[in-house]
Design a protein around this ligand. Structure first.
Ligand code: SF4
Length: 367
């Protein structure tokens, strides 16, 4: 953000151990980062790398790939080598794929304690291999695949059961002196998920990966994730996030970045401040806001653009923004850095705003 804009945050980060997933630092010394997961068959190297490239372009910082089969494990070396962002191998049931992922050069491995019993006699070897490779392990507990022993004890996937499962798994690795661990305790109910992370945050200092699992289609999943992540991140809890949507993974990344930007945990990019419109509006605000948003898509500087429907709040908001318009009487007053620079006919508002935004962006890049 520009030096003249304050960046208040709601709480300091919870202090954690630090680790690195490839180049990306994870823990309280580093910014919260955004992850996603590919939906391609991992064995299809080209399709997977293509999707990783799209995710990278969208701002994804760490990507996870599923490794259910031997073909997928065999694809890992090429994917890990060619991906521009660190790759985490997601492994269930098969310890030999953990070793394959480490050997392949993956930046981390995710294991699930719910099916870890098959790993029991392998934990020491996995800890040693991960230590030798210098990579972390994510212990990813999921309500849908909770350890049967804990399901029997708690009756269902309660916050306490999720936390006990995660910490039990951590203890197995700790016995071998391995602590390069990140934890997630995902549930599809944001309330249970939030409570689980609160408990976990009190009981360990490992970095935490936030996720509402199976959050649903875009609209519902976005809201569930925003509410749950907002509750935790606003109190400093959470070091990496993944928004799980039944939608293309690029959408997950966009939502994740927007959540972090909304909390000032990430520098804001283009921000459109547009009014909801009301009976006073003298212009079609929705159309105007959509056209300005589309016209400025991809802009890579932190620009705040106000699109306001009338002269009640319009001039005030437009003045506060880098650039803005207050509409009325078939015209738009164009503001740049708080000053009215000109008044244009309604038909020219979008084009004028885009031109002025380009000029401002150029100046910002030069300074
Ligand atoms: Fe209504 Fe004007 Fe406020 Fe927009 S800026 S919501 S049109 S009063």
């Amino acid at each position: 953000l520009p030096a003249d804009r304050e960046v208040p945050v709601l709480a300091p980060r919870r202090v954690t151990r630090q680790l690195h997933v490839g180049e990306v630092g994870v823990g309280s010394d580093f910014p919260v980062s955004v992850q996603s997961m590919t939906t391609t068959k991992t064995a299809d190297v080209n399709a997977t790398l293509q999707q990783i490239a799209e995710l990278t372009a969208a701002g994804c910082q760490i990507v996870r790939v599923a490794v259910p089969d031997t073909d997928d494990a065999e694809a890992l070396p090429a994917i890990a080598r060619k991906s521009q962002i660190p790759v985490i191998a997601d492994i269930h049931f098969q310890p030999r794929y953990v070793f394959a992922a480490i050997e392949a050069g993956c930046a981390a491995v995710r294991v699930n304690p719910g099916n870890i019993r098959k790993f029991d006699d392998k934990v020491g070897e996995i800890a040693k291999a991960a230590t030798d490779a210098g990579i972390p392990i994510r212990i990813g507990v999921n309500a849908g695949s909770l350890d049967k022993r804990l399901l029997a004890k708690y009756g269902r996937a309660t916050p306490e059961a999720l936390v006990e499962s995660a910490l039990w798994e951590c203890s197995l690795f700790e016995e071998h002196g391995y602590r390069d661990i990140k934890i997630s305790v995902k549930h599809n109910d944001p309330v249970i998920m939030v409570r689980a992370y609160e408990l976990l945050a009190q009981q360990c200092d490992y970095p935490l990966h936030l996720g509402v699992t199976e959050a649903g289609p875009s609209f519902q999943g976005t809201i569930k994730s925003a509410v749950a992540f907002g509750s935790l991140l606003s109190r400093g809890i959470g070091d990496t996030i993944r928004v799980s949507l039944s939608a293309p993974p690029v959408e997950e990344v966009k939502v994740g970045l927007q959540i972090l930007e909304s909390l000032n945990l990430r520098a804001r990019g283009l921000e459109i401040v547009s009014c909801p419109s009301c009976g006073r509006a003298q212009v079609d605000v929705y159309k105007l806001a959509n056209e300005v948003t589309a016209g400025l898509e991809g802009m890579d500087v932190p620009l705040r653009v106000a699109v306001m429907g009338c002269v009640v709040n319009g001039p005030g908001e437009a003045r506060e923004a880098d650039l803005g318009v207050a509409s009325g009487n078939g015209k738009g007053q164009i503001f740049v850095k708080g000053e009215v620079i000109r008044t244009v006919p309604e038909a020219d508002i979008v084009e004028t705003l885009i031109d002025e935004a380009m000029k401002l962006a150029e100046t910002m890049r030069e300074s």
